[in-house]
Structures are given as C-alpha cells and as structure tokens.
Write a protein that binds this ligand. Structure first.
Ligand code: PLP
Length: 403
C-alpha cells in the first residue's frame, strides 16, 4: 500500500484506503458486507482476541471498508483513531454519553447544532448530568463557569446558523487546566480546513453526511480522538453497539476523493455570494467568517486554512409576505435541511435559540449553502430573490405611509 501519511492533502485523498494489488487491480477497494468473521483454527481465533486488533473477530467491530474510512478520517483530522457512526447526530450524542457520568457537568457553546442541544437538555439530565451553555465569544470568561465536576467543554466553531468563531486554543487551555476534555463539532470546516488537535481539542466530530459524503445521498458521522480520550471512548463505543452500513461507509470513502476540489468550489462561490449579498439593501447582515469585516475573521484567519460554503444572512424583515416572496423567487436554491451536498440550499431559520448570549438581530435569519452550480448563476438568482424581497419591503412601507 502507498504510504499516505505526510502527503499533501489532495494527494493523500486520492491514495488513502486503496490497495489495488490486493484486489485484482481494481482502483477502489471492495465493499465488505458481514457479521461473522471465521477463524481458520482455534489458535487463530484466540489470537484474534488478543492481537490488539478489536476489528478481527466480528462485523460490529469493523471491516476493511470501515477501517479504510476511519483511518483516512483520523489522518485528516490529525487524531489518533476514528469511529464511524450512522449519522452526525449519533456521533455527537454518543460522545457526550461516553465521556460523562452521573454528577458530571458539561459546558456547551450556545450556538451548538440544535438537535445536539435538545439531546443535552432532555436526555443528559435523566442520567444526572448537568448542562450549562456559554456565549461562544466568552473567551477567558469561561473560567467563571467551570465547576469541580466539569468534565467536558463542547465547542462548535463556527457555530450552527450564526457562525461565531470561538477561540479554540484559549478555551482548550482553560478546560485542560481544570481537568476537562474539549470536544469540537468540526463539520463546517471539515478536516481539511481546521485541524482540531493542533488547536487543543481532544475529540473532533464530523457530520460526514455533509461535505465528506458530499452528495446528499446518505448519512454518516465520525468521532476522532487523541490517545488520551480514545481509551475511554473506545470501550463505551463498543458497549453502545453503533455501526454504520458498509455501502454508506464506502460512499464516505468515495466522497473523500473529491473533497478538496469540491470544497474549493463551495468556498469560492460562498465568498462571491456573500460579497454580493453584503451590498444588497434587503440584507441587514451576513455571517461568514471569511469576510474581512466579520467579527470572527481574525480568529478564522489565525486558525483555519479555508472557509466552506455554508453561511447565514439576516433578511431585513420578519414579514411573512417578504420571506415568502424571497423563497418563491429562488430557482437554484432548494428549501431544505442539511448542507454539504453538490446542490445549493436556503433554509428559513427565523430566530435561533440562545440562552447564554443575546441575539441582537431583528429580521429573519436565513442559512445558505453555496453548491457547485455556476457561481454567476447563483449570484444572479440570489440577487433577484433579494430584489423581490426588497420590492415587497418597500411596498409594505409605502402602504403604511399612505395609511
Ligand atoms: C448536520 C449536522 C449534524 C448532524 O448530522 P446528521 O448526519 O444530519 O445527523 C451535526 N452537527 C452539525 C454542525 C451539523 O450541521
């Protein structure tokens, strides 16, 4: 097999997890389906239990397809080991359950992915785990929130829907000094644009459903950790019994082949779109850390090597007719959940839930994913929909003046 570590990322992505000489010359590895793995002898069976290779004796512990994908993600994130999960959310929830126990306290960023928040609010307390949220821009102030039983500080940067960038190295240093582990949901940047372990995280989660799979045709999650956290995670993960289907994992591996080139296009389109939208009168605010006047720009520039295609903006009205006109005018942006696929999306969010920080915007938050369509088509389409929204806003204010 080609030695893949230390290769430049794009080259690594084309070589990883392949072994043509082992599989009759085929470029791609086969998809292994299976539960039972037979041992050739009693001695081989016993050796499989003791070899330090937990993937040797049952389908639930992995397969060559799964290991190829997990090893590639571990390498890209810069961690020690990876475990695949059947969805991004399942990766988030099982990580929290694995690391926390009765009496523990967890600090979670206020802009965390909504379903992770709902799990933390409704499931963790049932196991005697206390949850507090913090302002993603808290910085040094997190010291005041850490308690003797704070075991995990859970980050997502940039955070869901509003894209604040947090200071991962600073928060990690403070968490570690207090004996807590740092978990980060790294889905926005993907492992290509943010290296969580170089910035202090102990565990990194990917909703691989998004950029890694990249085609909106399957769900997957990954959890990668450093050696220190892996000990605890691996045992719990085996007890939880989560697995992912071999076809989906294969699609994850296939998605990796084009991840670099896709992300560059998503990024370029998102940057042109956000620049054009920033100047539009119907847009109150654009949230995308790659823009020089974004409040998170300095941290993003310091810690990230790229920006993906997902951002939000505030449409300058909460009026249903305006929002409806905007979405009705879009031709290339589908209305739907998720992101990271080849297709552009727009999602009406409204007002995101915040309990530890204040949401300072009126208007309507809309999240946008810039897909792989021609960037000029996307800009034209978006600006046309914004023009229509603006016309609707002006109409309403004229009617108000007349009344
Ligand atoms: C989508 C998403 C998830 C969950 O991934 P699924 O595969 O849809 O379960 C987790 N975190 C973030 C930041 C996401 O955007």
């Amino acid at each position: 097999m080609t030695k893949t570590s230390s290769l430049p990322q794009d080259t690594f992505l084309t070589h990883t997890g392949r072994n043509p000489s082992r599989y009759a010359g085929y470029v791609n590895p086969p998809i292994f389906r299976g539960s039972t793995i037979l041992a050739e002898s009693l001695e081989a069976w016993e050796a499989a239990q003791h070899s330090g290779n937990p993937y040797g004796n049952y389908g639930r512990f992995g397969s060559p397809t799964i290991s190829a994908f997990e090893d590639a993600i571990a390498e890209l994130e810069g961690g020690y080991r990876t475990q695949v999960f059947p969805s991004g959310l399942s990766a988030c929830t099982h990580t929290l359950l694995a690391l926390l126990e009765q009496g523990d306290h967890v600090l979670i960023t206020d802009n965390v992915y909504g379903p992770t928040r709902s799990f933390a609010d409704e499931i963790l307390p049932r196991y005697g785990i206390r949850v507090d949220y913090f302002d993603p821009l808290i910085g040094d102030g997190i010291r005041q929130l850490i308690e003797p039983r704070t075991r995990v500080v859970y980050l997502e940067s940039p955070g869901s829907q509003s894209f604040e960038v947090c200071d991962v190295p600073l928060l990690s240093e403070i968490a570690h000094a207090a004996g807590a582990l740092v978990v980060i949901d790294n889905s926005w940047a993907s492992p290509l644009y943010f290296k969580p372990f170089e910035h202090g995280a102990d565990v990194s989660i990917q909703a691989a459903t998004k950029y890694i799979l990249g085609h909106s045709d399957a769900l997957l999650g990954t959890v990668t950790s450093n050696v220190h956290a892996w000990d605890r995670l691996q045992k719990r993960f085996q007890q939880f019994g989560e697995t992912a289907g071999p076809e989906d994992v294969y699609l994850g591996l296939r998605g990796l082949r084009t991840l670099g080139v896709r992300l560059r296009q998503h990024s370029e389109s998102a940057l042109s779109l956000t620049q054009a939208m920033s100047r539009h009168p119907a847009v109150m605010h654009v949230m995308y850390p790659a823009l020089p006047d974004d409040p998170g720009h300095a941290l993003w520039k310091r810690d990230f090597t790229g920006a993906s295609g997902l951002f939000s903006f505030i449409l300058g009205s909460e009026d249903r007719a305006v929002i409806s006109r905007f979405f009705g005018a879009l031709q290339h942006f589908g209305i739907g959940l998720s992101w990271g696929g080849f297709e552009s999306l727009a999602l009406p969010v409204g007002r995101p839930k915040r309990t530890a920080s204040t949401w300072q915007y009126g208007g309507t938050l809309i999240r946008v994913h810039a897909g792989l369509e021609n960037p000029q088509d996307l800009i034209k389409d978006m600006c046309n929909a914004l023009d229509q929204a603006q016309a609707c806003i002006e109409q309403a204010s004229q009617q108000q003046d007349a009344a």
